[in-house]
Ligand binder design. Structure first.
Ligand code: ATP
Ligand code: MG
Length: 607
């Protein structure tokens, strides 16, 4: 939280402003008041002294006029009497000085010796010369008092007779002034203290809601919307607080809506099966969901902020510009030699109304299965056409030979017709196989299941082959004695076993053995047909169950095989809920295993 400096806080500022205002006001009032007071006090002091001086002047003038002309030494005597009669506290001394600056009398009893001397005082001289009173304030160095000095000329009928010189102690006025100034200073100090306290209180009422709001704004920035600002009144600050609380509520609502939307979007993105990648307008990845990471098999931090075309591995074929204008989806081939892996990418552009491209959204999904199915279908069609074309071309050539005249040949004609008949039968077989496969492919076929003693059922099929076999092949039965009942579609399973045994016979040399075995377990039975024939190369063992797959095409066809037998067998066994597989060693023989579901308890019931 940011701290506000002491002198920057509104609180202190308000208090300081208050104090300054009071100081200035008091200063102005004090100055004005003191000056006025000083003037008034001085005026009243000088007036009261002046009145007395007028009195003295009057008496002195009378004396001087009375004694004029006559050389009467008593003038000094009578003047002294006048001056003595004035005697007052605030008047230090009065002197009477004639126009020749000679001191005629003084009220100072201790200083009578100066009478008759000439006065050197400049004030006296000035007042006599200019016939106007002069006054001044001087400092009494001994008593450290201020003395008011006045020289007032005595004028009779426009003639200056002399001057009255007066010294009086004006210090009382200044003392009074000092006292009043002290009272004023005390008042100012008291006013300041009161102002300080009031200022603190008042500024608190203003700053408290503001600092409340400041704290709340800081809490809001951290995502805490639970606080409320206290509303102290209905003034501007109170209304600001109300507006602030309202704003908080709105902000909280907006925040929770966006948060909710964000969470919804995130859960949609992470729970969908498609991979979603979003880029900025330069094509760099800014968002990628978990399925996309899974599909691309990359960690998130390796792809974020990287160009999308390089992450998808198509930077050599397409630029980001190309992707923006890409209308159709593209296949991304991540296949390895062992495993096909193909992703399908769809692109859509994020555009503003102005047409400005803001980014690109790419949706990925795993297209491997679809691609595989498509490929198998193409292969299947090619295989079927090829398988049909071979007998048809054979037949055509024989028929052409017959048309060209061979039909008349007693020996050739039957042989040729025989070939066409075999080829036709082979085609019929092939078409029947295909029909059967397509029936198995469509989901709405059902098995005609019944409980049969599997041992008996298996033996009967082996018997049939043993009777009709043309080779010198030995059959060995490693079958259990007991009966066990398995729920199967006998027609379909006969077909399966027929194919496996005929394969074993086809690929067994004369003098070989074919072994038959059954293992009964709780849950399933496992049947096994094993030969000592040529075997199957290791890499191809699993593929013999694919449609049209033959290890050695030329040889197998010469034996009349189309490569559909084991594919049909696998479909049928799987429809029964079992499994079929092969084990083989090239040159030493092949064993085909298949399982069927079986429960021991049910067998017991039939005992
Ligand atoms: P069809 O059964 O349709 O007449 P086919 O026998 O050639 O033709 P499958 O039964 O599906 O076809 O067998 C596929 C291939 O597996 C055979 O062509 C053969 O190459 C190989 N094969 C199957 N069984 C054996 C076996 N016991 N020994 C050696 N190779 C076998
Ligand atoms: Mg076969």
């Amino acid at each position: 939280m940011q701290k506000v400096g002491f002198f920057k806080s509104i609180h202190v500022k308000i208090v300081l402003i208050y104090i300054l205002l009071i100081l200035i006001a008091m200063q102005i009032i004090g100055l004005y008041f003191a000056r006025e007071l000083e003037d008034t006090l001085k005026d009243s002091f000088t007036n009261s002294i002046g009145e007395r001086v007028d009195l003295v002047e009057f008496s002195v003038r009378e004396e001087i006029i009375k004694k004029r002309g006559e050389e009467d030494p008593t003038i000094e005597q009578s003047l002294r009497t006048v001056l003595y009669s004035i005697g007052s506290d605030d008047i230090n001394q009065i002197r009477v000085i004639d126009k020749n600056f000679r001191i005629l009398a003084t009220s100072e009893t201790t200083n009578q010796s100066i009478v008759g001397q000439r006065s050197t005082d400049s004030l006296v001289r000035q007042s006599i010369a200019s016939e106007t009173p002069f006054d001044n304030i001087k400092l009494d160095l001994q008593r450290r008092d201020r003395i008011w000095v006045l020289a007032s000329p005595i004028i009779y009928q426009g003639e200056v007779l002399g001057t009255i010189y007066l010294e009086s102690n004006i210090e009382t006025v200044y003392r009074q002034m000092n006292q009043i100034n002290r009272i004023l200073a005390g008042g100012t100090a008291t006013a300041l203290v009161i102002t300080l306290i009031l200022g603190i209180l008042i500024s608190q009422t203003i700053t408290r809601p503001i600092s409340d709001m400041r704290r709340q704004a800081q809490a809001m920035a951290k995502g805490n919307f639970s606080r409320k600002v206290r509303v102290y009144g209905n003034d501007e600050i109170g209304q600001l607080a109300i507006a602030f609380n309202h704003l908080t509520n709105r902000l909280q609502e907006a925040q929770s809506t966006t948060e909710g939307e964000r969470r919804k979007l995130a859960s949609v993105l992470s729970n969908m099966t498609e991979g979603v990648i979003a880029t900025d307008r330069k094509g760099r990845i800014i968002l990628i969901n978990d399925p996309a990471l899974r599909l691309l098999r990359v960690p998130r931090d390796m792809v974020l902020h990287r160009p999308i075309s390089s992450v998808l591995g198509i930077e050599t074929q397409y630029t980001f510009e190309d992707l923006i204008h890409m209308k159709e989806s593209i296949n991304l081939d991540f296949s390895s030699p062992e495993r096909p892996y193909i992703l399908l990418a769809n692109f859509s552009v994020i555009q503003k109304e102005t047409g400005f491209v803001n980014g690109l959204i790419t949706v990925l999904h795993d297209n491997t299965e679809q691609e595989k199915i498509d490929m198998e279908r193409r292969e299947f069609v090619a295989n079927v056409s090829h398988e049909l074309r071979t007998p048809l071309t054979t037949m055509r050539s024989y028929l052409e030979a017959l048309v060209d005249g061979a039909w008349q040949d007693q020996e050739l004609a039957p042989a040729f017709l025989n070939v066409t008949q075999t080829e036709t039968e082979r085609m019929i077989r092939l078409v029947n196989d295909l029909l059967q496969l397509s029936k198995l492919d469509s989901s709405d076929y059902d098995l005609n299941k019944e409980f049969v003693d599997f041992n008996k059922f298996f033996n009967r099929i082996i018997d049939r082959f043993e009777m009709s076999k043309s080779q010198q092949v030995q059959f060995q039965r490693l079958l259990p004695e007991s009966q066990f009942f398995v729920e199967i579609d006998t027609d379909k399973l006969t077909q399966v076993i027929d194919n496996i045994i005929s394969n074993a016979l086809k690929y067994s040399p004369d003098g070989g053995n074919i072994r038959f075995g059954i293992i009964v377990q709780d849950g399933f039975i496992k049947a096994m047909i094993s030969d000592d024939g040529m075997g199957i190369p290791k890499d191809n063992v699993e593929r013999i169950f694919d449609r049209f797959y033959r290890v050695d095409r030329a040889r197998a066809r010469s034996m009349g095989g189309s490569g559909l037998g084991l594919a049909i067998a696998r479909e049928m066994i799987e429809a029964h809920g079992g499994a079929i597989w092969a084990e083989s060693e090239e040159g030493h023989g092949t064993t085909i295993f298949f399982t069927l579901p079986f429960e021991l308890d049910e067998a017991g019931e039939w005992d």
